[in-house]
Design a protein around this ligand. Structure first.
Ligand SMILES: [Zn+2]
Length: 323
């Protein structure tokens, strides 16, 4: 055999061995329906229901083969806080799993979503009292789990990826604030937060929007990576909603980390937002799946260490230093 034909055969063997990893709608559906099921009781921080969700996420992190974060002995970062509204003490956990980088081990990309929701609220005349939080934010946690499995199977992440399911977001970004207190922010090169990715947004089919688009060049990097895929990313269309500061990305952005939230939901007209009707059946599995796929492709050059987004500068901070 000629040298060239040997090389061709070798090349074919190599590409056939390298299995293509694809995020499947069946996997997405399984995570979503499990996390938004009635037996999770609305996943309110400090309840039995959220504990069930925590166990499910831990089980998935273990199956995927993630390691533990920093000095933690397992996937839990447990802490106690006082609920601002009820003044009750609550003990709850962020669930954290790590996929160590192949090369740039000390450069972290965080992939996050909150797994808590509003729990059970009995209201007169209302038959359903369980706030399942399917879109808000079982859909985002589904994304975290699917991306963990995806990047673990690909096995080529140069940077370390830290996957986090935050608790008590609904009580005032409590879990992410706690996480932020314990980190060296300079090690975190980017934050990918997912919130409500289950419905076709105002920006149209096969699109998502990003909060704080102009606060770093993270969004531009994602747009460039998505070119040719048919999926597009847009700046947050609800500029007066202050969404950049209303989800867990804010706890890291305040420390300078280019940490943004992806969303796919027309929140201005969404009738299920913070209602008992936020059920898995109201979501479009294809929208969830293609958004997670777009996040994977869109952030690839950040995961691989090729692109590093600019740090977030808060206008508010700029003003402070001028004065
Ligand atoms: Zn949310």
């Amino acid at each position: 055999m000629k040298k060239t034909s040997i090389l061709i055969v070798l090349f074919l063997v190599i590409i056939s061995c390298k299995k293509e990893v694809v995020i499947q709608p069946e996997t997405v559906k399984k995570h979503l329906y499990t996390l938004a099921a009635d037996d999770m009781e609305g996943r309110r921080a400090g309840t039995k229901g959220i504990e069930k969700a925590a166990k499910y996420i831990e089980g998935e992190f273990k199956r995927i083969g993630l390691s533990t974060y920093d000095t933690l002995k397992d996937y839990r970062q447990t802490f106690t806080f006082t609920n601002r509204r009820t003044q009750k003490e609550i003990t709850s956990s962020n669930i954290i799993g790590v996929l160590e980088g192949k090369g740039k081990k000390d450069e972290y990309v965080i992939v996050s979503a909150h797994y808590d929701h509003l729990g059970i609220r009995k209201k007169e005349g209302q038959l359903d009292s369980i706030y399942n939080g399917a879109n808000d934010d079982a859909s985002g946690v589904t994304g975290v789990l699917a991306l963990a499995e995806y990047f673990a199977a690909k096995g080529d992440n140069e940077r370390t990826i830290v996957f986090v399911a935050f608790t008590a977001e609904e009580m005032g970004l409590v879990g992410s604030r706690h996480f932020g207190k314990e980190i060296d922010a300079s090690k975190f090169v980017a934050g990918i937060n997912l919130e409500m990715i289950g419905k076709t947004p105002k920006t149209g089919p096969k699109t998502a929007w990003l909060t704080g688009f102009d606060r770093s060049d993270f969004g531009k990097i994602v747009q460039k990576n998505l070119e040719g895929t048919g999926y597009t990313l847009h700046p947050d269309p609800y500029t007066n909603f202050n969404l950049f500061f209303r989800s867990d990305n804010a706890s890291l952005a305040r420390l300078g980390v280019p940490s943004h939230t992806f969303s796919a939901t027309p929140i201005d007209v969404d009738k299920d937002y913070h209602k008992a009707s936020d059920e898995a059946e109201t979501l479009d599995i294809n929208v969830v799946t293609e958004t997670i796929r777009a996040v994977a492709v869109g952030t690839q050059s950040i995961i691989s260490g090729k692109d590093t987004p600019t740090r977030v500068v808060l206008e508010e901070k700029k003003k402070e230093t001028k004065e």
